[in-house]
Design a protein around this ligand. Structure first.
Ligand SMILES: [Zn+2]
Length: 354
């Protein structure tokens, strides 16, 4: 069986799906659809989610036109937020709504030539999908030599339909990739508002830290020798960036003690924890630091200490997570488990059942 379906209905409505194009944003789209400057201000003032609406080139929006009426359905590409925007007889309304997505699973397969990201993009033109596939193996690939030229891969990804039209991709749910000649399978396991890519082998690895977040989507990796693209100066990235929406919980990666916390112009709101053997973990760009946090406070592994944000040097909400051992910054991906503390018991039970 290569695909399975829930039925995708051709809706009895007049919505047309339009692809998001380079340079499009909510304002340009509203302008194209005949919304005046005043109308556009009204739309932006209606809901905070509309001011931060994030559209990417692999998503679509819906338009329905009927006499004196224009209706738009917009979908945030990072979150499940969706919005209805209407102009009827000159009156503008805009509000969040709950879409009734129909989901169709589709299977993609191919061989790796060049980068994993590039190979997947050549089969499915979506940065989101290609990135999620590489996220599935973020803990497994230690060197680019581990994935040989011509290595086979496949995965399932959800296609989401609204009013009978494809609007955006959902989660990658099952994956396979040949690593050192062996097919390594992963399954996306949902948990709370997140979830992680997992296989039974992941429980056996002896890693000292848990993931500090419930959803592992990597926006930037540990790169001690990164060069600035223009100045060619060394601009190392000494942690890993996990992309999550503002407000998502940040958890202590291991039990420890708060040694520093506060705010500075680069890190934004930050917390540093000290663990056994003098190992430190740092959490930057936080939206809110929990009120209980003070120097010397003991925290347990998995305990919530803050919320994800975008304070300090930051363009999109994320957690910058760093690990310091024996005075040196090390790659966190070599030391954290591919799941948060709160998922451990569930994953152990799952493996025990197999
Ligand atoms: Zn970072």
């Amino acid at each position: 069986m290569s695909t399975y379906y829930t039925s995708v209905q051709a809706g009895a409505n007049n919505f047309t799906a339009k692809p998001v194009r380079l340079g499009d944003n909510l304002i340009t789209i509203l302008r194209q659809q005949g919304f005046t400057e005043k109308d556009r201000e009204k739309v932006l003032a209606s809901h905070a989610g509309l001011r931060s609406l994030f559209l990417t080139l692999d998503t679509r929006y819906l338009v329905r036109k009927d006499g004196n009426e224009v209706e738009l359905r917009m979908f945030d590409s990072q979150t499940s937020d969706a919005f209805k925007i209407q102009k009827k007889n000159g009156i503008v309304t805009a509000a969040a709504y709950q879409p009734n997505f129909k989901v169709e699973m589709t299977r993609i397969q191919g061989k790796i030539h060049g980068s994993i990201l590039g190979s997947v993009l050549s089969k499915i033109n979506s940065n989101w999908v290609a990135t999620r596939f590489t996220d599935a193996y973020a803990f497994d690939i230690k060197s680019s030599k581990d994935v040989r030229r011509g290595a086979n891969y496949w995965f399932f990804v959800a296609k989401q339909y609204e009013m009978g039209q494809f609007v955006k991709y959902g989660e990658v749910t099952q994956t396979s990739l040949e690593i050192n000649g062996q097919a390594v399978h992963k399954k996306f396991i949902r948990h709370k508002d997140g979830g992680v890519f997992f296989n039974d082998q992941d429980l056996l690895e002896n890693r000292p830290f848990f993931s500090p977040v419930n959803y592992i989507k990597i926006a930037s990796t540990f790169q001690p020798n990164r060069l600035h693209p223009i100045t060619r100066r060394l601009q190392p990235h000494l942690g890993v960036d996990f992309e999550l929406p503002v407000g998502e919980p940040v958890q202590a990666a291991r039990s420890g003690v708060v040694v520093r916390y506060g705010n500075n112009h680069a890190a934004g709101n930050y917390i540093v924890l000290m663990h056994s053997n003098g190992i430190e973990t740092a959490y930057n760009h936080l939206h809110k630091i929990d009120r209980k946090i003070r120097s010397g406070l003991k925290v347990m592994a998995g305990e919530k200490i803050a919320e994800v944000g975008c304070t300090g040097y930051c363009t999109r909400a994320h957690l910058h997570f760093a690990v310091k051992m024996k005075g040196r910054m090390v790659n966190p991906m070599n030391y954290i488990k591919p799941y948060p503390r709160s998922m451990q018991a569930m994953l152990e039970a799952r493996v025990a059942q197999n």
